[in-house]
Design a protein around this ligand. Structure first.
Ligand SMILES: O=P(O)(O)OC[C@H]1O[C@H](OP(=O)(O)OP(=O)(O)O)[C@H](O)[C@@H]1O
Length: 184
C-alpha cells in the first residue's frame, strides 16, 4: 500500500503521496500542476501576504499556474517565467544553477533578454509552489538581481522542512519532511 500524507491547504484536503528522493528521505509530493481548485484557493491568500510589487516571477514548471492566477487577480498584464532549458527564441539569456529537493540534479535557469529588460528596476515577488532547501528560490533571486530587479518578497503555497522556520518567506502551510532510518 502506498503511503500518503493528508493535509489541509486553504480549506481543501489533499492526500500527498510519499516519494523517495534519497536513500534516507521521502517527501510528500505536492503537484499543483492540473489542480485548478488549489490554484484558485491559494492565489488570493498569497496575494494578501505580499507587499506592493510590480512583477511576479517564477521558475518553470510547477509555479506557472499559480503565478498566472495571481497576476490575473492583481490585474498585472505580464508575469515572468524563468525557464529550465535554453530555448531558440532566447537572445543572450541570463543563467543561474539550481539543485532542488525533488529533482536532485543540477538544473540551469535561463531568463530571456526581453524578460530581463522588463525586470530591470522593478520591485519583484518570487513565487513558487513549494520552498524546501531554498535552492530554487536562491537561483531565482540571483537571476532577478542579474537583470537589475529588486526582490522584495518571496512566497510559496508550502514551506517544507526547515523552510518553515524562515522569516524571509511567506507561505500558507508547513509541509514536513519524512526522513527514514536505513537498516543495517
Ligand atoms: O527549495 P528547493 O529544494 O529548491 O525545492 C523547491 C522546488 O522544487 C520543485 O521544483 P522541481 O525542481 O521539482 O521542478 P519542476 O517544477 O520543474 O517540477 C518545486 O516546484 C520548487 O520549485
Amino acid at each position: 500500500m502506498s503511503e500518503t500524507y493528508k493535509m489541509n491547504i486553504a480549506g481543501l484536503t489533499r492526500e500527498l503521496p510519499l516519494v523517495q528522493v534519497a536513500l534516507d528521505l521521502k517527501i510528500a509530493s505536492f503537484v499543483i500542476l492540473g489542480d485548478a481548485e488549489i490554484v484558485e484557493a491559494t492565489a488570493p491568500l498569497l496575494i494578501k501576504k505580499l507587499p506592493k510589487v510590480e512583477l511576479l516571477v517564477t521558475a518553470e514548471a510547477k509555479g506557472i499556474p499559480l503565478v498566472c492566477e495571481m497576476a490575473r487577480l492583481l490585474h498585472m498584464p505580464r508575469y515572468i517565467v524563468v525557464r529550465k532549458s535554453h530555448k531558440p527564441y532566447m537572445h543572450r539569456p541570463l543563467e543561474s544553477d539550481v539543485v532542488s529537493i525533488t529533482t536532485q540534479k543540477r538544473q540551469t535557469l535561463y531568463l530571456d533578454h526581453q524578460d530581463a529588460l522588463l525586470l530591470s528596476g522593478k520591485r519583484v515577488a518570487l513565487i513558487d509552489d513549494v520552498i524546501s532547501t531554498g535552492s530554487s528560490l536562491k537561483a531565482l533571486e540571483t537571476i532577478v538581481n542579474k537583470a537589475g530587479g529588486e526582490v522584495v518578497a518571496k512566497a510559496a503555497v508550502l514551506a517544507e522542512g526547515d523552510a518553515a522556520e524562515r522569516e524571509d518567506i511567506h507561505f500558507i502551510e508547513k509541509l514536513p519532511l519524512f526522513p527514514h532510518h536505513l537498516e543495517n
